[in-house]
Design a protein around this ligand. Structure first.
Ligand code: NAD
Length: 331
């Protein structure tokens, strides 16, 4: 029995679907295509971003723009029973932006949650620390609202194609029941990971393992080539042997191997998962490990290597650029 399946589905939703107004804050590389996919299936949608240019493009694409985050809650854009949005997604750069935005929303959110029309569900899809997620779960629940931490994997392509994986942490069934059908519009796999912060924790653990996996493959490809083995032969053997993994197969960091799939290493490491995003996630993982007293010796080193890559101006390159960095070369 999965945690999701163990939830009761008998309690009624907070309001009819046609009464829900959707909010989306943070329309960057990920947020814009996610909001666009949501809008294809559900109107009305109100959005906000601190970048005026982004808001202009959103307006051109038929989205309704809030002039400040609070309006997402306080303003009645569509003449509905309730003022503001009841299901509010955030897709922001990190913990600081989430604290700032949530604080603004928190100031204006009603405590009159006896009225079903005053209860709201906040779905944070940003990658943040589990402690940040937990802190906001606690505050929203104390005020009578619901929250999900629901970070994603799948990158910009997954956001565009609506094939993201959502990793969800949530305390009780109501917010999850309300939000789940709409996550389906933006992703192809929605996994309930556990209580508050469990989605954020799962996301960081996955990326922590991925970082060291990639470095291992980079070291193997570099050593193999230096010892005279053809990279294609080496990767073919690894991909049918015990070293097989996503970094050896789908996103191999060697340009010659990557050419077979046109993956980022074949295109000067453009596109893919940026090294500075990996650095951010490793920083959150190490910080979280410190909070709970868990040792991450390899991840700590991986983080420092990605910090160096970023300092060398390669932060926007796919994280497989590590292969070139370890050779002392630039792609
Ligand atoms: P981005 O920098 O492209 O977009 C962030 C957007 O938020 C920008 O449009 C910015 O103007 C806006 N913004 C910043 N502060 C704001 C505030 N206080 N209020 C409103 N808007 C604000 O970032 P992204 O690549 O879209 O990533 C968003 C989140 O998704 C991050 O937490 C990232 O770690 C995570 N993520 C990214 C990827 C990826 O491949 N890009 C993959 C998985 C997860």
């Amino acid at each position: 029995l999965t945690p999701a399946a163990s939830f009761s589905t008998s309690s009624p939703p907070i309001e009819r679907d046609d009464e829900i107004v959707f909010g989306f804050i943070g329309l960057g590389n990920m947020g814009f295509p996610m909001a666009s996919n949501l809008r294809k299936q559900t109107v009305p949608l109100v959005v906000f971003d601190t970048n005026p240019e982004t808001c202009r493009v959103a307006r051109e694409n038929g989205m309704v723009i809030a002039s400040k985050p609070e309006e997402i809650i306080t303003r009645n854009f569509f003449n509905k029973t309730k003022s503001g949005c009841s299901l509010i997604f955030t897709m922001l750069p990190g913990c600081n932006a989430i604290h700032a935005t949530m604080n603004q929303l928190f100031q204006v959110a009603s405590t009159d949650v006896q009225d079903v029309h005053c209860r709201r569900v906040f779905v944070d899809c940003s990658t943040v620390s589990p402690s940040t997620s937990k802190a906001w779960h606690k505050k929203w629940i104390e005020k009578g609202h619901d929250m999900l931490d629901a970070p994603v994997s799948g990158g910009v392509k997954g956001a565009t194609d609506a094939t993201l994986t959502f990793m969800v942490g949530s305390e009780e069934s109501r917010g999850w029941q309300v939000a789940k059908p709409y996550l389906d519009f933006m992703g192809s796999r929605i996994v309930f990971c556990g209580g508050p912060g469990a989605g954020s924790a799962t996301k960081l653990c996955n990326n922590l393992a991925l970082a060291s996996q990639m470095i291992g493959i980079c070291e193997a490809m570099n050593l193999g080539e230096a010892l005279g083995v053809d990279p294609i032969v080496l990767s073919d053997v690894m991909n049918t042997a015990t070293a097989k993994c996503w970094s050896s197969e789908v996103n191999n960091p060697h340009p010659k191997v990557a050419a077979k799939r046109s993956s980022p290493a074949a295109n000067e490491y453009k596109g893919g998962f940026g090294s500075k995003l990996m650095l951010k996630d490793l920083g959150l993982a190490v910080q979280s490990a410190n909070e709970v007293g868990v040792s991450l010796p390899i991840t700590s080193q991986a983080k420092e290597l990605y910090r160096l890559i970023d300092a060398h101006g390669l932060g926007d390159k796919d994280f497989g650029v590590m292969l070139q960095f370890l050779r002392g070369k630039r792609p």
